[in-house]
Write a protein that binds this ligand. Structure first.
Ligand SMILES: [Zn+2]
Length: 401
Protein backbone atom coordinates (compact mmCIF):
# COMPACT_ATOMS: atom_id res chain seq x y z
CA UNK A 1 0.00 0.00 0.00
CA UNK A 2 1.24 3.45 -0.82
CA UNK A 3 -0.30 6.52 0.71
CA UNK A 4 0.36 9.51 -1.46
CA UNK A 5 0.93 13.08 -0.47
CA UNK A 6 -2.37 14.85 -0.05
CA UNK A 7 -5.83 13.93 -1.18
CA UNK A 8 -5.33 14.19 -4.88
CA UNK A 9 -3.19 11.08 -4.92
CA UNK A 10 -5.11 9.06 -2.39
CA UNK A 11 -4.44 5.47 -1.43
CA UNK A 12 -3.32 2.83 -3.87
CA UNK A 13 -3.65 -0.79 -2.93
CA UNK A 14 -1.44 -3.07 -4.95
CA UNK A 15 -3.08 -6.46 -5.35
CA UNK A 16 -1.06 -9.62 -6.03
CA UNK A 17 -2.52 -12.96 -7.11
CA UNK A 18 -2.55 -15.73 -4.54
CA UNK A 19 0.43 -17.91 -5.35
CA UNK A 20 -1.27 -21.24 -4.67
CA UNK A 21 -4.41 -20.61 -6.68
CA UNK A 22 -4.85 -20.82 -10.41
CA UNK A 23 -6.50 -18.06 -12.31
CA UNK A 24 -9.99 -18.65 -13.65
CA UNK A 25 -11.45 -18.00 -17.09
CA UNK A 26 -13.62 -14.86 -17.03
CA UNK A 27 -16.38 -16.54 -19.03
CA UNK A 28 -16.82 -19.98 -17.47
CA UNK A 29 -14.94 -19.22 -14.22
CA UNK A 30 -13.18 -22.57 -14.38
CA UNK A 31 -9.48 -22.69 -13.34
CA UNK A 32 -7.17 -22.65 -16.34
CA UNK A 33 -3.41 -22.62 -16.96
CA UNK A 34 -1.79 -19.20 -17.07
CA UNK A 35 -0.84 -17.65 -20.38
CA UNK A 36 0.66 -14.20 -19.79
CA UNK A 37 0.18 -11.01 -17.85
CA UNK A 38 -1.39 -7.74 -19.02
CA UNK A 39 -0.14 -4.29 -18.02
CA UNK A 40 -1.27 -2.93 -14.66
CA UNK A 41 -4.71 -1.32 -14.43
CA UNK A 42 -6.39 0.79 -11.76
CA UNK A 43 -9.87 0.39 -10.34
CA UNK A 44 -11.40 2.94 -8.08
CA UNK A 45 -12.46 1.46 -4.75
CA UNK A 46 -14.80 2.85 -2.09
CA UNK A 47 -13.00 5.84 -0.49
CA UNK A 48 -11.52 5.03 2.93
CA UNK A 49 -11.88 7.78 5.54
CA UNK A 50 -12.82 10.09 2.69
CA UNK A 51 -9.57 9.42 0.83
CA UNK A 52 -9.84 8.26 -2.77
CA UNK A 53 -8.68 4.66 -3.00
CA UNK A 54 -7.60 2.47 -5.88
CA UNK A 55 -6.77 -1.14 -6.51
CA UNK A 56 -3.76 -1.62 -8.74
CA UNK A 57 -3.39 -4.99 -10.44
CA UNK A 58 -1.93 -6.57 -13.54
CA UNK A 59 -4.55 -9.05 -14.79
CA UNK A 60 -3.36 -12.44 -15.97
CA UNK A 61 -4.53 -14.13 -19.11
CA UNK A 62 -5.36 -17.81 -19.05
CA UNK A 63 -5.68 -20.43 -21.70
CA UNK A 64 -9.13 -21.88 -21.18
CA UNK A 65 -9.86 -25.21 -22.88
CA UNK A 66 -13.20 -23.87 -23.98
CA UNK A 67 -12.67 -20.14 -24.43
CA UNK A 68 -9.07 -19.88 -25.58
CA UNK A 69 -6.68 -17.18 -24.43
CA UNK A 70 -8.77 -14.89 -22.31
CA UNK A 71 -8.39 -12.48 -19.42
CA UNK A 72 -8.88 -14.03 -15.98
CA UNK A 73 -11.93 -13.59 -13.78
CA UNK A 74 -11.33 -10.63 -11.44
CA UNK A 75 -13.76 -10.70 -8.51
CA UNK A 76 -13.91 -6.91 -8.00
CA UNK A 77 -14.16 -5.99 -11.65
CA UNK A 78 -16.78 -6.11 -14.37
CA UNK A 79 -15.59 -5.76 -17.95
CA UNK A 80 -13.54 -2.74 -18.86
CA UNK A 81 -14.99 -0.46 -16.23
CA UNK A 82 -12.24 1.28 -14.25
CA UNK A 83 -14.23 1.09 -11.01
CA UNK A 84 -14.56 -1.88 -8.64
CA UNK A 85 -18.00 -3.47 -8.37
CA UNK A 86 -18.07 -2.45 -4.69
CA UNK A 87 -17.50 1.17 -5.68
CA UNK A 88 -20.08 0.96 -8.48
CA UNK A 89 -22.67 -0.29 -6.02
CA UNK A 90 -21.66 2.44 -3.60
CA UNK A 91 -21.83 5.25 -6.17
CA UNK A 92 -25.05 3.95 -7.71
CA UNK A 93 -26.79 3.88 -4.34
CA UNK A 94 -25.70 7.41 -3.50
CA UNK A 95 -26.80 8.54 -6.97
CA UNK A 96 -30.37 7.90 -5.87
CA UNK A 97 -30.09 10.39 -3.03
CA UNK A 98 -27.77 13.00 -4.55
CA UNK A 99 -27.46 14.34 -8.04
CA UNK A 100 -24.84 12.58 -10.13
CA UNK A 101 -22.60 15.60 -10.03
CA UNK A 102 -22.78 15.81 -6.24
CA UNK A 103 -22.15 12.09 -5.93
CA UNK A 104 -19.02 12.42 -8.06
CA UNK A 105 -17.79 15.40 -6.04
CA UNK A 106 -18.39 13.97 -2.60
CA UNK A 107 -16.66 10.66 -3.35
CA UNK A 108 -13.83 12.03 -5.47
CA UNK A 109 -15.02 10.29 -8.55
CA UNK A 110 -16.14 11.59 -11.95
CA UNK A 111 -19.56 12.16 -13.46
CA UNK A 112 -18.67 9.52 -16.02
CA UNK A 113 -17.90 6.95 -13.31
CA UNK A 114 -21.19 7.66 -11.57
CA UNK A 115 -23.01 7.25 -14.87
CA UNK A 116 -21.22 3.95 -15.61
CA UNK A 117 -22.00 2.71 -12.11
CA UNK A 118 -25.69 3.48 -12.44
CA UNK A 119 -25.68 1.88 -15.87
CA UNK A 120 -24.04 -1.24 -14.49
CA UNK A 121 -26.61 -1.50 -11.70
CA UNK A 122 -29.54 -0.85 -14.04
CA UNK A 123 -28.40 -3.34 -16.67
CA UNK A 124 -28.05 -5.99 -14.04
CA UNK A 125 -31.42 -5.10 -12.55
CA UNK A 126 -33.26 -5.16 -15.87
CA UNK A 127 -31.77 -8.54 -16.71
CA UNK A 128 -32.78 -10.00 -13.33
CA UNK A 129 -36.13 -8.40 -12.58
CA UNK A 130 -39.31 -10.42 -12.17
CA UNK A 131 -42.24 -9.52 -14.40
CA UNK A 132 -44.67 -12.14 -13.10
CA UNK A 133 -48.02 -11.05 -11.78
CA UNK A 134 -48.25 -7.67 -13.48
CA UNK A 135 -51.99 -7.05 -13.86
CA UNK A 136 -52.33 -3.31 -14.37
CA UNK A 137 -50.34 -1.09 -16.68
CA UNK A 138 -50.37 2.67 -16.89
CA UNK A 139 -49.17 4.30 -20.09
CA UNK A 140 -48.24 7.93 -20.17
CA UNK A 141 -46.36 10.57 -22.08
CA UNK A 142 -43.74 12.74 -20.44
CA UNK A 143 -42.40 15.98 -21.77
CA UNK A 144 -38.64 16.34 -21.62
CA UNK A 145 -36.29 19.20 -22.45
CA UNK A 146 -37.27 22.33 -24.34
CA UNK A 147 -39.78 22.70 -27.12
CA UNK A 148 -42.56 20.53 -28.44
CA UNK A 149 -40.75 18.48 -31.04
CA UNK A 150 -41.61 14.80 -31.25
CA UNK A 151 -38.24 14.03 -29.66
CA UNK A 152 -39.15 16.04 -26.58
CA UNK A 153 -41.65 13.42 -25.50
CA UNK A 154 -41.15 10.07 -23.86
CA UNK A 155 -43.54 7.19 -23.49
CA UNK A 156 -43.44 5.54 -20.10
CA UNK A 157 -45.07 2.29 -19.04
CA UNK A 158 -45.72 1.75 -15.35
CA UNK A 159 -46.92 -1.17 -13.35
CA UNK A 160 -49.75 0.27 -11.26
CA UNK A 161 -50.87 -2.71 -9.20
CA UNK A 162 -51.65 -1.88 -5.60
CA UNK A 163 -48.83 -4.09 -4.32
CA UNK A 164 -46.16 -2.91 -6.75
CA UNK A 165 -45.85 0.39 -8.50
CA UNK A 166 -42.83 0.89 -10.63
CA UNK A 167 -41.49 2.06 -13.93
CA UNK A 168 -41.29 -0.81 -16.39
CA UNK A 169 -40.23 0.79 -19.64
CA UNK A 170 -39.28 4.13 -21.23
CA UNK A 171 -38.99 4.98 -24.91
CA UNK A 172 -38.42 8.03 -27.07
CA UNK A 173 -41.44 9.81 -28.58
CA UNK A 174 -45.13 9.12 -28.04
CA UNK A 175 -46.05 7.37 -31.24
CA UNK A 176 -47.81 4.09 -31.94
CA UNK A 177 -44.44 2.64 -32.80
CA UNK A 178 -43.01 3.61 -29.41
CA UNK A 179 -45.77 1.96 -27.43
CA UNK A 180 -45.65 -1.15 -29.63
CA UNK A 181 -41.93 -1.40 -28.94
CA UNK A 182 -42.56 -1.04 -25.23
CA UNK A 183 -45.16 -3.80 -25.09
CA UNK A 184 -42.91 -6.02 -27.15
CA UNK A 185 -40.01 -5.42 -24.77
CA UNK A 186 -42.18 -6.44 -21.84
CA UNK A 187 -43.12 -9.61 -23.68
CA UNK A 188 -46.30 -11.38 -24.80
CA UNK A 189 -46.61 -13.24 -21.49
CA UNK A 190 -46.94 -10.02 -19.55
CA UNK A 191 -49.38 -8.49 -22.04
CA UNK A 192 -51.53 -11.64 -21.94
CA UNK A 193 -51.83 -11.45 -18.16
CA UNK A 194 -53.08 -7.86 -18.05
CA UNK A 195 -56.45 -7.08 -16.52
CA UNK A 196 -56.36 -3.29 -16.63
CA UNK A 197 -54.64 -0.72 -18.77
CA UNK A 198 -54.84 2.92 -17.99
CA UNK A 199 -53.95 5.83 -20.27
CA UNK A 200 -54.63 9.33 -21.43
CA UNK A 201 -56.85 10.07 -24.44
CA UNK A 202 -53.81 10.31 -26.68
CA UNK A 203 -54.88 8.65 -29.93
CA UNK A 204 -51.77 6.59 -30.76
CA UNK A 205 -51.97 5.00 -27.30
CA UNK A 206 -55.69 4.30 -27.56
CA UNK A 207 -55.15 2.65 -30.90
CA UNK A 208 -52.27 0.42 -29.85
CA UNK A 209 -53.91 -0.60 -26.57
CA UNK A 210 -57.13 -1.50 -28.40
CA UNK A 211 -55.16 -3.65 -30.83
CA UNK A 212 -52.67 -5.28 -28.45
CA UNK A 213 -54.48 -5.50 -25.12
CA UNK A 214 -58.16 -5.68 -25.97
CA UNK A 215 -58.70 -8.39 -23.34
CA UNK A 216 -57.84 -5.92 -20.58
CA UNK A 217 -60.26 -3.28 -19.37
CA UNK A 218 -59.05 0.05 -20.71
CA UNK A 219 -59.55 2.87 -18.23
CA UNK A 220 -59.01 6.54 -18.88
CA UNK A 221 -57.04 8.01 -16.08
CA UNK A 222 -58.88 10.42 -13.83
CA UNK A 223 -55.81 12.55 -13.32
CA UNK A 224 -55.56 13.26 -17.05
CA UNK A 225 -59.19 14.17 -17.41
CA UNK A 226 -58.86 16.62 -14.54
CA UNK A 227 -55.82 18.02 -16.33
CA UNK A 228 -57.79 18.58 -19.54
CA UNK A 229 -60.56 20.23 -17.57
CA UNK A 230 -58.10 22.56 -15.83
CA UNK A 231 -56.45 23.49 -19.09
CA UNK A 232 -59.83 24.45 -20.53
CA UNK A 233 -60.62 26.69 -17.54
CA UNK A 234 -57.25 28.33 -17.85
CA UNK A 235 -57.75 28.94 -21.55
CA UNK A 236 -61.04 30.68 -20.81
CA UNK A 237 -59.35 32.78 -18.12
CA UNK A 238 -56.45 33.84 -20.32
CA UNK A 239 -58.66 34.78 -23.27
CA UNK A 240 -60.99 36.76 -21.00
CA UNK A 241 -58.14 38.47 -19.22
CA UNK A 242 -56.66 39.82 -22.44
CA UNK A 243 -60.11 40.85 -23.66
CA UNK A 244 -60.73 42.80 -20.45
CA UNK A 245 -57.32 44.50 -20.38
CA UNK A 246 -58.53 46.65 -23.24
CA UNK A 247 -61.90 47.79 -21.89
CA UNK A 248 -62.51 47.04 -18.22
CA UNK A 249 -59.48 47.36 -15.91
CA UNK A 250 -61.44 46.64 -12.71
CA UNK A 251 -62.75 43.33 -13.94
CA UNK A 252 -59.38 42.46 -15.42
CA UNK A 253 -57.81 42.86 -11.96
CA UNK A 254 -60.19 40.20 -10.64
CA UNK A 255 -58.59 37.65 -12.91
CA UNK A 256 -55.09 38.56 -11.97
CA UNK A 257 -53.18 35.93 -9.99
CA UNK A 258 -56.19 33.64 -10.06
CA UNK A 259 -54.60 30.85 -12.02
CA UNK A 260 -53.81 28.55 -9.07
CA UNK A 261 -56.99 29.09 -7.06
CA UNK A 262 -58.96 28.32 -10.21
CA UNK A 263 -57.07 25.13 -10.92
CA UNK A 264 -57.37 23.73 -7.45
CA UNK A 265 -60.34 21.79 -6.22
CA UNK A 266 -62.89 24.30 -4.88
CA UNK A 267 -62.96 22.82 -1.38
CA UNK A 268 -59.19 23.22 -1.11
CA UNK A 269 -59.13 26.96 -1.71
CA UNK A 270 -59.00 28.83 1.61
CA UNK A 271 -58.21 32.19 3.15
CA UNK A 272 -57.61 35.22 0.97
CA UNK A 273 -57.63 33.17 -2.20
CA UNK A 274 -61.09 31.95 -1.22
CA UNK A 275 -62.39 35.52 -0.83
CA UNK A 276 -61.05 36.44 -4.22
CA UNK A 277 -62.49 33.30 -5.73
CA UNK A 278 -65.92 34.05 -4.22
CA UNK A 279 -65.84 37.55 -5.63
CA UNK A 280 -64.94 36.17 -9.01
CA UNK A 281 -67.72 33.58 -8.87
CA UNK A 282 -70.28 36.27 -8.03
CA UNK A 283 -69.34 38.11 -11.20
CA UNK A 284 -70.72 37.50 -14.64
CA UNK A 285 -67.33 36.57 -16.00
CA UNK A 286 -66.93 33.67 -18.41
CA UNK A 287 -64.12 32.38 -16.21
CA UNK A 288 -66.59 31.98 -13.34
CA UNK A 289 -68.89 29.90 -15.52
CA UNK A 290 -66.02 27.74 -16.74
CA UNK A 291 -64.90 27.16 -13.15
CA UNK A 292 -68.40 26.16 -12.07
CA UNK A 293 -68.59 23.64 -14.90
CA UNK A 294 -65.25 22.16 -13.90
CA UNK A 295 -66.26 21.97 -10.26
CA UNK A 296 -69.60 20.35 -11.12
CA UNK A 297 -67.79 17.64 -13.04
CA UNK A 298 -65.97 16.57 -9.88
CA UNK A 299 -69.21 14.90 -8.84
CA UNK A 300 -68.85 12.42 -11.69
CA UNK A 301 -66.14 10.46 -9.87
CA UNK A 302 -68.38 9.84 -6.86
CA UNK A 303 -70.72 7.48 -8.67
CA UNK A 304 -70.57 3.74 -8.13
CA UNK A 305 -72.59 2.53 -11.11
CA UNK A 306 -71.52 3.21 -14.69
CA UNK A 307 -75.19 3.67 -15.55
CA UNK A 308 -75.72 6.64 -13.24
CA UNK A 309 -72.34 8.05 -14.05
CA UNK A 310 -73.32 7.91 -17.71
CA UNK A 311 -76.56 9.79 -17.00
CA UNK A 312 -74.65 12.45 -15.11
CA UNK A 313 -72.17 12.73 -17.94
CA UNK A 314 -75.03 13.40 -20.39
CA UNK A 315 -76.39 16.23 -18.23
CA UNK A 316 -73.00 17.78 -17.70
CA UNK A 317 -72.23 17.62 -21.39
CA UNK A 318 -75.42 19.41 -22.35
CA UNK A 319 -74.65 22.14 -19.86
CA UNK A 320 -71.14 22.50 -21.21
CA UNK A 321 -72.31 22.60 -24.83
CA UNK A 322 -74.76 25.41 -23.97
CA UNK A 323 -72.09 27.40 -22.13
CA UNK A 324 -70.77 29.20 -25.23
CA UNK A 325 -67.27 28.60 -23.86
CA UNK A 326 -65.35 26.93 -26.64
CA UNK A 327 -62.63 25.30 -24.51
CA UNK A 328 -65.30 23.73 -22.26
CA UNK A 329 -67.29 22.55 -25.28
CA UNK A 330 -64.13 20.97 -26.59
CA UNK A 331 -63.72 18.98 -23.37
CA UNK A 332 -67.38 17.94 -23.56
CA UNK A 333 -66.92 16.67 -27.11
CA UNK A 334 -63.79 14.81 -26.10
CA UNK A 335 -65.59 13.10 -23.21
CA UNK A 336 -68.39 12.08 -25.55
CA UNK A 337 -65.95 10.56 -28.03
CA UNK A 338 -64.39 8.45 -25.26
CA UNK A 339 -67.48 7.76 -23.18
CA UNK A 340 -67.05 3.98 -23.07
CA UNK A 341 -63.46 4.16 -21.84
CA UNK A 342 -64.43 6.86 -19.40
CA UNK A 343 -67.16 4.70 -17.88
CA UNK A 344 -64.68 1.83 -17.58
CA UNK A 345 -63.39 3.74 -14.58
CA UNK A 346 -66.50 2.55 -12.73
CA UNK A 347 -66.30 -0.94 -14.19
CA UNK A 348 -62.79 -1.24 -12.75
CA UNK A 349 -64.46 -0.72 -9.34
CA UNK A 350 -61.67 1.08 -7.63
CA UNK A 351 -58.97 -1.35 -8.73
CA UNK A 352 -57.11 1.56 -10.23
CA UNK A 353 -56.29 4.42 -7.95
CA UNK A 354 -56.29 7.84 -9.52
CA UNK A 355 -53.24 9.01 -7.67
CA UNK A 356 -50.92 6.31 -8.92
CA UNK A 357 -50.03 7.57 -12.37
CA UNK A 358 -49.95 11.13 -11.10
CA UNK A 359 -47.61 10.18 -8.28
CA UNK A 360 -45.22 8.34 -10.60
CA UNK A 361 -45.34 11.25 -13.03
CA UNK A 362 -44.35 13.66 -10.32
CA UNK A 363 -41.44 11.47 -9.33
CA UNK A 364 -40.26 11.37 -12.94
CA UNK A 365 -40.34 15.14 -13.03
CA UNK A 366 -38.19 15.33 -9.92
CA UNK A 367 -35.60 13.14 -11.59
CA UNK A 368 -35.63 14.85 -15.00
CA UNK A 369 -35.51 18.31 -13.45
CA UNK A 370 -32.99 17.73 -10.70
CA UNK A 371 -29.68 18.97 -11.98
CA UNK A 372 -28.21 15.62 -12.83
CA UNK A 373 -26.50 17.23 -15.77
CA UNK A 374 -27.89 14.65 -18.15
CA UNK A 375 -26.10 15.14 -21.38
CA UNK A 376 -27.85 12.40 -23.24
CA UNK A 377 -31.19 10.69 -23.42
CA UNK A 378 -29.49 7.46 -22.42
CA UNK A 379 -28.23 8.93 -19.15
CA UNK A 380 -31.68 10.15 -18.25
CA UNK A 381 -33.18 6.78 -19.10
CA UNK A 382 -30.69 5.12 -16.74
CA UNK A 383 -31.53 7.59 -13.97
CA UNK A 384 -35.25 6.90 -14.33
CA UNK A 385 -34.92 3.12 -14.24
CA UNK A 386 -32.54 3.52 -11.33
CA UNK A 387 -34.84 5.64 -9.19
CA UNK A 388 -38.27 4.34 -10.22
CA UNK A 389 -37.74 0.83 -11.55
CA UNK A 390 -37.49 -0.95 -8.18
CA UNK A 391 -34.83 -3.09 -9.77
CA UNK A 392 -33.08 -5.90 -7.92
CA UNK A 393 -29.41 -5.25 -7.10
CA UNK A 394 -26.39 -7.46 -7.63
CA UNK A 395 -25.31 -9.14 -4.40
CA UNK A 396 -21.63 -8.73 -5.17
CA UNK A 397 -21.98 -4.99 -4.63
CA UNK A 398 -21.27 -4.95 -0.90
CA UNK A 399 -23.15 -2.36 1.02
CA UNK A 400 -21.00 0.51 2.17
CA UNK A 401 -23.86 2.95 2.54
ZN1 LIG B 1 -13.64 -20.63 -20.13
Amino acid sequence: MRVGQGQAEGIEIRVAPHGGMRARCSVCQKPAPGYDRLPERRWQFVPLWGIATWFRYAPRRVECAEHGVIVEHIPWSDGKRPVTTAMMGFLARWARRLSWRETAQVFQSSWESVYRSVEWMVEWGLAHRQLDGVESLGVDEIHWGHGLKADNFLTVIYQIDAGCRRLLWIGKRRSEKTLRMGLQALGPELVKGLRYVCSDMWKPYLKVLAAEASHALHVLDRFHITQHMNQAVDEVRRAESSRLQAKNKDEARRLKNMRWPLLRKGSRVRGRARKKLNALLASKLATARAWKLKEAFGHFWKYKSPLWAGAFLDCWRQRAMRSRLEPMRKVARMLRAHEELLLNWFRAKGEISSGTVEGLNNKIRVVTRRSYGFRTYKAMEMALYHTLGRLPEPETAHRFC
